[in-house]
Design a protein. Structure first.
Length: 168
């Protein structure tokens, strides 16, 4: 015991007071942070479109979101080309009923509030004047992002690409 303590003291002096435990802790902290950042970035991107046929593990909500994204791309193209958007309100129902990967989400009041806010923005496209359509459309994209910030930050960059330039 004494010998190891003596060696320890010698080791500490040899390192000018910097204990290796401190260095190790710093290393572990940096490592843990790195893992966290990677994990957050990948959230909800695990099975992303790499397999077009889908993955058997994809949740109902994931499949619905891919469908919704395709719809939004069609709306974007219509808006960008000066056309109109006609959305069937029923196509939004599954947002509230599809089973998510994380079961806790489905029961969350926050999720349904973001969902309702999103629904309102989508339906506003149906009644928007041609002049306001691009700004309404971008508000709808913001409503996608608002929910994603809380529940699924992974695809936000991808969603941001759906925006159109306003005032064209
Ligand atoms: C009310 C919340 C909410 C709204 C609004 C919402 N999303 Fe999502 N989205 C989610 C959640 C939660 C997931 C993760 C689903 C899961 O893992 O089951 C998801 C997943 C996704 C994915 C990943 C699918 C994949 O391949 O893994 C994309 C892309 C996506 N959403 C795009 C959109 C777009 C585009 C809009 C708007 C047109 C939108 N979302 C609106 C909550 C929302």
């Amino acid at each position: 015991m004494l010998v190891t303590e003596a060696l320890w003291v010698k080791f500490k002096i040899g390192h000018l007071g910097k204990t290796p435990t401190f260095a190790l802790m710093k290393y572990l902290l940096v490592l843990a942070f790195g893992v966290l950042v990677v994990a957050c970035g990948q959230q909800c991107e695990k099975h992303s479109s790499s397999s077009p046929a889908g993955n058997p593990a994809d949740s109902e909500l994931t499949l619905y979101m891919r469908h919704l994204e395709k719809q939004a791309q069609a709306w974007r193209d219509a808006v960008a080309n000066g056309g109109t958007v006609a959305v069937q309100p029923e196509m939004l129902d599954s947002l509230f009923t599809a089973v998510p990967t994380d079961g806790k989400i489905g029961d969350s009041v926050l999720f349904s509030n973001f969902g309702l806010a999103f629904k309102q923005e989508v339906l506003a496209l149906n009644t928007s004047t041609p002049q306001d359509l691009s700004s309404h459309y971008n508000l709808m994209v913001t409503a996608c992002v608002n929910c994603h910030r809380n529940f699924c930050p992974g695809p936000i960059k991808r969603i941001e690409k759906l925006r159109v330039s306003e005032g064209i």
